[in-house]
Design a protein around this ligand. Sequence first.
Ligand SMILES: Cc1ncc(COP(=O)(O)O)c(C=O)c1O
Length: 394
Amino acid sequence: MTLLTAQLSHHANTRADPGPDYPGDLRKIASLEASREAFDEISRWPDYRSTPLCHLDSIARQIGVRDIIYKDESQRFHLKSFKALGGAYAVARQLQQRISTETGEKPSIDDLVGKRYASIVDNIVISCATDGNHGRSVAWGCQMFGCRCVIYIHRDVSEARKQAMQVFGAEVIRIDGNYDDSVKQADREAGIHGRIIVSDTSYPGYMDIPRDVALGYTVMLAEAVEQMQESIPTHVFIQAGVGGLAAAVCAYFWELWGAKRPRFIVVEPEKANCLQQSARRGKPVTVAGDLDTLMAGLSCGEVSLLAWKVLERGANDFMTVSENAVAPCMRLLASGEPAIEAGESAVAGLAAAIAAREDPVMSDRLGLGDSSLIFVIGTEGATDPELYRQLVSA
Ligand SMILES: Cc1ncc(COP(=O)(O)O)c(C=O)c1O
């Protein structure tokens, strides 16, 4: 009997760079050095603590791999997703830059948290478009550092996710379009009102801020590497929306482990597979339509340009996973020992790994076997508690 039913599609990346060394030109996008700086800053935020690394022994035994290592982001800074690290870090960096320009001083994180430059920060408005989790991080960061915040959400973002941003004092504007439409509207209105856009996706002419967002994510990788002690995974399955997270993980492990780096597999929903389609075409392509998926955080039709630059060379495989795998995988974690709270977007990588190992052809293609050590990130907890309850109790 199989543990999980899912349809998978697979594209082997023939353009992947086989070299052991992390390419020098990618260091401008992500580097261990810049990640260390992010760690030094974020670990000084109030209530910072490392999230757990779990071993999914029972699932590993049942599907026949050495181990599955699950970095559980469900409680990160009480925001319930890894995104807490990225948006808020980019907000801090923007405020530091603005204060430096106006005063010639270099404010520290402690200065920001202590609101020492309130006369400047009070007048700054940060804005972004979001599926939920990124906006929550930006709104939280704005509240923590004392600036104002306007967030744009698309028609499918749940009311619970909207309220989760309002709790941090953000003004939230719902538009009648998809995620990519909300990005465009946020941009347009920021131009009119003089707001700073802190987006998690990059495009020509807008690279620096999404780079800071992705550097913030690497804090969880520094923690995971320490928690794994000397082990190096053989396979990494990471879910992607615009690809910022996947690129951050890919770059970090490539530079850190060189020739020993794990096989890197990007996982997307079937209807929002912009990275897989880009890999097939050899250039960034846009997926049109409603991008309808239960995995709300992965509902993106356009890749982040910076992410693409890393993943087109660093990812070995681009996969999609079907919707019917999501709720059963959430239940598998909720009923496990220890029980793990995993939201809809958290389980895509794990679901693809399980389903791939249970399919002999796919196992063969991905080089999965009894000795495989799989690393995944549970990127969110119950960020929409009502939906989580419905799916887990179904
Ligand atoms: C829970 C969760 N997991 C994964 C992702 C994917 O991250 P990215 O858009 O950087 O690919 C997101 C994005 O919002 C998310 O909210």
